[in-house]
Design a protein around this ligand. Sequence first.
Ligand code: GDD
Ligand code: MN
Length: 363
Amino acid sequence: MDPLTTLGAALAAAHFGTPLAYYAVAKRWLKTPWRVKPDPAYAPAVTVAIPTYNEARHIEEKLEDIYRQDYPRDRLEIIVVDSASTDDTAERARRWAAAHPDADVKVVEEPQRRGKASALNTALAMARGGVFVITDADCRWSQRDALRRAVSWLADSAVGAVTCLKKPAADGPAGVEAGYRGHYNVLRLAESKKWATPIFHGELAAYKTELLRKIGGFPLDIGADDSHTAAKIAAMGYRAVAAEDLWCVEAVPHNGYHRWRIRRAQHLLQHFLKTPVEEAPPPMRPILLAEKYLHLANPWLLPAAVAALVAAATPPALAVLATGAAALVFRSCRTWTAAQLYLIAAAVKNLRDKELVWEKQDK
Ligand code: GDD
Ligand code: MN
């Protein structure tokens, strides 16, 4: 075979082979025991923080959602931090609080929009709960015991943070979003069983408040505030896990789906760029190494492989390309390819704009 064809084939093999190998390893981790014990009776004081920017459409339903939880109401504090919304989010939240005197709801209005992480830090500074939970205004906790389930994991002194698994509310273009989440959840759970998952979900993430304070709160320079705090807590030697029995439904935007995926990929890249492998406890290192490679480097092998095969233009090179193109009829292949393209676009975009304060997309 000519060198270009060989190069293209090798790049393609590495691009697809590494994640498949990691997935195989993850499946083995999935079969291992948790080595931590959730306690369903554990019910410490909890603070739920809801950061909002233009969430008038969602805020009341979100507050209802939390109010409906079967968690003891006298141990539940809710803090809405609104960052200068241009709609009536804060007013609606205040009205809802006045109509529900049995719920402990505080509404903080920041005079300026400084981003989600900054708003979470405002809530953290006032929080009275020993557990600090973050949630987005536009997501639903469909399980009435979601909060109790999340908190139960924190009863174990080895666990520092817990997050949910995600179900998309819609499939996204060409089924891309739904497909992406299936594999994704397997990895999150497997990593959690091994030690900790470096990817957390702002839809429902619960932390021990003292640990959050110890790491200095939410980072202002990294969009993935949820994941980065979890990874820092894991680096301190705590487990940071996605719980197998905890689900969140996530709204998928009708418009601007691609922009949304790119921004979120960008935030994950920022997080992985600033999470050193060597600072993690030994069982966390293979997880971080794999996820860093898969997010930061592996996507680039795909266009490199295609370019080499196109340039080679030999019959075997064209056969590989044709097979790859044909494979796109399978949803899993489209899902994969889309994720790679989002990561590449995110890396490029991140060079000039970090998107730490982002446009609200309608869901
Ligand atoms: N207070 C405040 N200030 N809240 C904000 C700001 C802000 O500047 N920007 C966004 N928020 C709030 C939103 O109102 C929402 O409740 C939550 O933060 C998440 O923002 P969305 O605009 O809904 O983003 P998403 O649906 O893509 O969220 C996902 O990605 C984010 C990172 O890109 C979730 O995983 C988030 O938790 C994550 O931070
Ligand atoms: Mn959202």
